[in-house]
Ligand binder design. Sequence first.
Ligand SMILES: Cc1ncc(C[n+]2csc(CCOP(=O)(O)OP(=O)(O)O)c2C)c(N)n1
Ligand SMILES: [Mg+2]
Length: 359
Amino acid sequence: MRRNGKGASFLSTKESKKSKSKPSASNGKPTRKELEQLVEDLRWMYRIREFEDQSMRAFRNGLAGGYLHVYTGMEAVAIGWIGEKREDDPVIAAYRDHAYPMLMGVSPYEVMCEIMGRRDGTSKGKGGSMHLYSAEKHFFGGWGIVGGHTAMGAGLAFAIKYRGEDRVALCFYGDGAANAGIVYEAMNMASLWDLPVVFLIENNQVAMGTRLEYHAADPELHKRAVGFGIEHERVDGMDVIQVRKDAARILDYVRKNQRPYVVEVMTYRFAGHGAADHDQSLYRSKEEVEQAKKRDPILLLSQYLLKHGAIEESDLEQMQKEAEKEMAEVYEKASAAPKPDPHEVYEDVYTDMQPEEGH
Ligand SMILES: Cc1ncc(C[n+]2csc(CCOP(=O)(O)OP(=O)(O)O)c2C)c(N)n1
Ligand SMILES: [Mg+2]
């Protein structure tokens, strides 16, 4: 099989132009307010990671129907971008979707209920892990068809423009999805109609078990924007401080200029593709994973906060313990929650079909 010599090296942004943001806060003295926010970011990293461990437990114990994909290792991307967007900027994403709604204000309990098919879930327990949804919190899913939702991302931006609102749509998708034809239809219309949308490629360098250099003719995916006259760049997705800076700058650009943007955020998933990915050695070595873990977003951020005296070693342990306890309780509560009644299967769908009554 052909391998492109320019295969992405891990998490590196050096193959493309350097991030256009000012150097990360690590270079200057952070303010107290910045440090407080970063401590909260770290707390979120622990919470999301623990939540994902519990969601895997639910799958293993047969409590999660359908399939399930965890966000472990990629936390800094959602934390940084959702942290910088405005509350009512809408978000749409693929199926690795547990973290986004929680960061947007949906409770971990509601997300776990959806995963476990309980009535208190975000889609009343009828969607599952890949179909989280909260219009109230501006989260528009949770989609399983690879690449398909990018057209809806452009649609969310179209709605914003049509109504004359001051909002930016955020559309997260993977490196594998970046090869889908629909993405280019969406980019074309977004550029033609000047839609305020960020196409955000979460490049974790693998699509199921196919490595980036085997699935992408040019692994610098942000360049795909060139043909549509859209601004684009590749940035780091492991150092949340840098992620926040890039996110703030790009969101500001899109809001001010009413133009789309393609940003390729380099990240890495520490877990398998989905809950039943049992043999990762088919597509990556243990050494590669170990190497990537040297830039674990939790590690990078805790080192920074320790260096600046914002936390002590004992705080790390405390945060981890709190997250463990919280998410174990979420698991217990959700697993005891009621399931929807069978007749509810015909509710909240696009049709009034009632097969049991003959129509
Ligand atoms: C249209 C379509 N084709 C194939 C699949 C099967 N499939 C599920 S996930 C996936 C890989 C997507 O990888 P990527 O976009 O990089 O996202 P990641 O899992 O890395 O977050 C594929 C091919 C699908 N769900 N939809
Ligand atoms: Mg991927």
